[in-house]
Ligand binder design. Sequence first.
Ligand SMILES: [Zn+2]
Ligand SMILES: [Zn+2]
Length: 329
Amino acid sequence: MRAMLFDGPGRPLRAAEVPVPRPQDGQLLIQVHACAVCRTDLHLLDGEVEVPSPPRILGHQIVGTVVESAADGAGATLGKGDRVGVPWLGWTDGTCEYCMSGRENLCPNARFTGRDIDGGYAEYTVADHRFCFPIPPSYSDEDASPLLCAGLIGYRAFRMTGEARRVGFYGFGDSAHILAQIARWQGREVYAFTRSADDAAAAFARELGVAWAGSSEEPPPVPLEAAIIFAPVGALVPAALRALAPGGTVVCAGIHMSDIPSFPYEILWLERSVRSVANLTRLDGEELLDIAPQVPVVTRIKTYPLEATGDALADLRAGEFTGAAVIVP
Ligand SMILES: [Zn+2]
Ligand SMILES: [Zn+2]
């Protein structure tokens, strides 16, 4: 099969012919139809998040069809012919204190798709059936793909904003454009902060009906009750704290962020808080994939062929598209 291989930090992805993987016990062999790129892939490429044993096939927003199952005897509800989604969380031990308390996203032995396990920048992949989701039938493969990380981990971050009515999004890309639609559907107001108030992302945010769009250096017109930082920029933490009303929360949604500059205690005072969000639980995935077709969330995508995965990632880095980039093998 054709695949794009990651050889190590700082090196471009390499197109290669590799054997089609064999599904092991409990795994499904999936023909990949679509796999959206994610900012985490840039952190893997740059060595900011380690890939333990390259070469590795990256890609963790996979939509495909099961072509073979080694899970039929394992009580699998998904099998040959089913369309499935494969997210970042690829395997957990199921026995640690985190797994046993509904926090499998924090499992110290977790294995992640497209980092510890080969992912979706290939014609085929294998995945543990217990960590795959059925895809809502109203979505095409390409349109569903960004839901699997941008949507799903974004949704986990969004849940951390509680009942906040005025929510700021710092960085209006793949996650924010999905969450903005859910937030509006729930009757909340979205404040979109982008690199520059006049750029395509800000225009896109306005198209999606946000209450306000502006530069991340500007204060919002009203104090926010919560903010989610999607951009990997530590300087946005004090900026977001300054935009918050007392009691508000700043949620850092990315896997990596540049250092956070020091800031006066005064902007944290009055019960403001800062927290991160790590990975996902399967429950997050079930909830998001249940809500998305009800809204209905419409994803904005740009497709690339498999061999152009490197271009898609470069375009993501440069902010060359709005919404999400999807690889179609
Ligand atoms: Zn565990
Ligand atoms: Zn991701």
